[in-house]
Design a protein around this ligand. Structure first.
Ligand code: SME
Length: 156
């Protein structure tokens, strides 16, 4: 199936999975699960802002590091700069944090609270080089907008 069509469907599935719930851990866990299962990525999950650092949230895939400082790695940079970062080759990203030596490419998309502050990030890793492009960035940003609408996000 065309990547745009797959994401269009996925966006609707994410929304119907998480709407009407008030358990944010469960909602993020199910969002990670449907993204991961559908797309076959290596690692799919969330890091959430807490005590001025990113802390590991719900995810699917191999074990990962618990904490990331602001400005560190791809996740900490996406948080600090409040923008989506597409990394075609993680070895070319200065300061990349290798939770898994199998990761080759990565995308990180910020999530915001209702005041517009970054409340966390959606982080996705692939075992192949250059898995993610502008199409992925566009749709994963839409996924994050849906999550922001339905999940109670706060920076603590
Ligand atoms: N590679 C990330 C760290 C998190 S793991 O990919 C799950 C980074 O550089 O921020």
């Amino acid at each position: 199936m065309d990547k745009n069509k797959t994401y269009e469907l996925l966006l609707k599935q994410v929304e119907s999975l998480i709407e009407g719930e008030d358990n944010s851990v469960g909602q993020l866990a199910n969002a990670a699960a449907i993204l991961h299962e559908t797309m076959g990525w290596w690692w799919t999950g969330f890091y959430m802002v807490k005590n001025d650092e990113l802390q590991l949230g719900p995810f699917q895939g191999p074990v990962a590091c618990y904490r990331i400082k602001r400005g560190r790695g791809v996740c900490g940079t996406a948080w600090d700069q409040d923008r989506t970062i597409v990394v075609p080759d993680v070895e070319q990203f200065p300061g990349h944090i290798a939770c898994s030596s199998m990761s080759r490419s990565e995308i990180v998309v910020p999530l915001h609270d209702c005041q517009g502050a970054v409340a966390g990030v959606l982080d996705i890793d692939s075992k192949e080089l250059a898995t993610f492009d502008d199409v992925d960035a566009h749709w994963l940003e839409q996924v994050c907008r849906v999550i922001e609408r339905h999940v109670g996000l706060s920076t603590q």
